[in-house]
Design a protein around this ligand. Structure first.
Ligand SMILES: Nc1nc2c([nH]c(=O)n2[C@@H]2O[C@H](COP(=O)(O)OP(=O)(O)OP(=O)(O)O)[C@@H](O)[C@H]2O)c(=O)[nH]1
Length: 134
């Protein structure tokens, strides 16, 4: 069984959080689901370095002020992921490009549950909702 190590960005804009819809996938349980953008950590990279690289590649954004948030281990039917989430800011939001995602929303914490999240992201969503100053 494959085990992926992944970093994910909780990008905050004022009191809102950026939520991104994945494209179609052969794995129906992640296909078209919402996620925090990011990707796999490559050999020799820290989780933070991987996240800065992935967000530039996927969204053309420069992220700053990374603060560790939480790590989730999730077993999907075909692979396992260990995913580290970081809160951060985006320097240049006006330059955003959706190079991989289909769509995105800027939502307040209380609105997050209106989206169909990838299962691995649910602990992040729950923690964001339950933490008033997180
Ligand atoms: N980036 C990211 N991946 C997630 C999240 N939740 C979640 O289950 N995943 C899963 O983690 C795996 C790795 O993510 P990814 O596909 O974005 O990584 P990547 O850009 O390096 O992929 P690549 O192999 O196509 O280059 C995917 O199978 C994805 O479904 C999330 O919030 N963010």
């Amino acid at each position: 069984m494959k085990h992926y190590f992944v970093s994910a960005a909780i990008i905050q804009v004022m009191d809102k959080i950026l939520c991104f819809q994945r494209g179609p996938s052969k794995y129906e349980y992640v296909s078209l689901k919402y996620e925090f953008p990011g990707g796999k950590i490559e050999e020799g990279e820290s989780p933070e370095e991987a996240l800065v690289r992935e967000i530039k590649e996927e969204l053309n954004l420069v992220i700053t002020n990374l603060i560790y948030f939480q790590t989730v281990e999730h077993q999907y039917p075909d692979f396992k992921i260990t995913m580290h989430a970081f809160k951060c800011k985006a320097e240049n939001l006006e330059d955003i490009q959706l190079n991989e995602h289909l769509n995105y929303f800027q939502l307040t914490k209380s609105e997050l549950l209106s989206l169909d999240w990838a299962a691995a992201d649910i602990p992040f969503v729950d923690k964001l909702i339950s933490s008033s100053n997180a």
